[in-house]
Design a binder for this molecule. Sequence first.
Ligand code: NAD
Length: 319
Amino acid sequence: MKIVILDGYTLNPGDLTWEGLQKLGELTVYDRTPQDKILERIGDAEIVYTNKTPLTRETLEQASQLKWIGVLATGYNVVDVEAAKEQGIPVANIPTYGTTAVAQMTIALLLEMCHHVWAHHEEVKRGAWTNCPDFCFWNYPLIELAGKTMGIIGFGRIGQAVGKIAQAFGMNVLAYDEYQNKMLETDSIKYAALDELLTQSDVISLHCPLFESTKGIINKDTIAKMKDGVMLINTSRGPLIVEEELAEALNSGKVAGAAVDVVSTEPIKMENPLITAKNIIITPHIAWAPKEARERLMNIATDNLEQFLAGHPVNVVNQ
Ligand code: NAD
């Protein structure tokens, strides 16, 4: 049985092993696959894995020997899952592997906005402390989080993990979600309507998926409702934010700082208005990528295929 991985590099740039999948069939791994090589590389394989390489209806119709598709990520929008279903091809994703890693990155971004650790370190290295008349200096506002309010939009696995850490910092948490589980409320974590969250929060963090209903949820109207000087974090999906409008709010100072790990088009285009906006931190979609999280992803990806071959498919998103 032939197994083809179309874009394995970001999952395994060399520090993990494909051994588990090698045991299941004749494995070919491509680091990345350009659009015009997708069909050729799938060839007569029965099993294909993709991370971000699109598998369109047209491609699937021509790859008629395909029996199963594995997505090496949680989000499976790169595969036309309906077309796959029509052809009887199950598509399996990795529903959860990165909760703790993404929550940790969210907090790393928050703490960076509060302390500007790297910028201060750079100042020290260029001699600013050595030449300082006082025993200390700071060039950016320093912010304590205890007693402040964090608004979490999308209170699922990652949102809840972020909420727990915020609670440990002594913050109050307002959570907005389409579905509410009142069991998750504590003295300092409460559900709120979106407007209440927007008006009350000192920090707002996005953890809802990208759906038509959440696309552009951060825009000039929702920003106008926020506190002056609010901080915004996005480790979920870029299109949740209307970037032009966030850039304007950063430049005017309405939003005091923003940190985003995801943007509307990835890799980011240098024309993206966030690149030149004031007080922004942009990281290249790395929240998911600590080795520990990628190891979990690799194990689940292997298990997904094993279970399919054993006759009881799991994590199928197009049943
Ligand atoms: P999850 O499904 O556990 O939680 C998502 C929550 O959002 C759910 O509680 C759901 O009810 C809620 N939601 C859905 N529609 C909503 C709406 N219209 N308004 C408010 N809430 C809504 O997912 P998760 O594991 O917590 O992941 C959240 C997101 O994080 C993913 O969708 C993905 O986009 C992103 N993510 C990013 C990275 C990264 O590397 N930056 C890695 C993994 C996941």
